[in-house]
Design a protein around this ligand. Structure first.
Ligand code: HPA
Length: 252
């Protein structure tokens, strides 16, 4: 078994890498173009962890324009074996309330028009990956142990509905998603999770809820971006703590 190399794809709230000690920084060329940011390897939780900023260093790449293929390819290229995708989400079910950390175990994909597979050209045979369980069991367990270590209340198991964005959803769309079994809504877990699976990478989502999804709190209340930003800024500190503990918990 190869040595475990943890990578983190940071989303909203991860506009910089903070003050972590940098070990290495590199730009990786991929057959699919440029990835969202440099790959920065830092010391986190007693190990080297590689960070990538999904929305770019200045948070200018919206969810539907992220080059997911380049990002996953680059992380695979540098030897990443385990990837935590961090994502701000909206809460749909009662248990997925704002400020909650959520470890989804299922997803429903509502995205469209994104480059979603590596299996497109020069195929020797058609390949269908198994995606029954979209998130890696080992990495979810690692995150759970890390939550226990730092005494963090977490929602273990939720269905993540992935929408196209960049607009937020209508109340009716969220109602439909609730009927589909979605507990949270976000815009980035797909095709990130399935591309990781195509490359045989262990991928888990670490979601944190920053608002009630459209219509879930009060059917006429608009979603306030300033309020979301405030929650993001608070929650990202907790997420960083969790990631550091997870890096320590992953083992060699
Ligand atoms: N919808 C979609 N994506 C999100 C939301 C939301 O309400 N909140 C944070 N990311």
């Amino acid at each position: 078994m190869a040595v475990k190399h943890l990578a983190i794809i940071g989303g909203t709230g991860f506009d910089s890498f903070g003050d972590l000690k940098t070990v290495r920084e590199r730009q990786v060329d991929t057959p699919f173009g440029a990835c969202s940011s440099m790959l920065k390897t830092v010391e986190l939780g007693g190990r080297e962890v590689t960070l990538l900023l999904r929305h770019g260093p200045r948070h200018t790449i919206p969810p539907h324009r992220v080059n997911y293929r380049a990002n996953l390819w680059a992380l695979h290229e540098i030897g990443a074996t385990h990837i935590i995708g961090v994502a701000a989400v909206g809460g749909i079910s009662k248990a997925a309330c704002p400020e909650k950390i959520i470890l989804p175990d299922q997803l429903v994909d509502y995205t469209y028009g994104r480059e979603h597979t590596f299996f497109k050209k020069d195929l020797e045979q058609v390949t269908h990956i198994d995606f029954t369980e979209p998130f890696c069991h080992e990495l979810r367990s690692t995150l759970l142990r890390a939550c226990a270590e730092i005494g963090l209340d977490v929602l273990n198991g939720a269905t993540y509905g992935v929408t196209q964005g960049p607009r937020l959803e209508t109340a009716a769309e969220v109602k439909r998603m609730a009927c589909d079994g979605c507990d949270v809504v976000g815009m980035t877990a797909m095709p990130e999770a399935s591309l990781a699976r195509e490359l045989d990478l262990c991928y888990a989502s670490c979601a944190f809820c920053v608002n009630w999804a459209a219509g879930c709190e009060d059917s006429e209340k608009k979603i306030d971006m300033a309020e979301i930003q405030k929650t993001v800024q608070q929650q990202i500190l907790v997420v960083r703590q969790l990631l550091s503990a997870s890096a320590g918990q992953l083992g060699s």
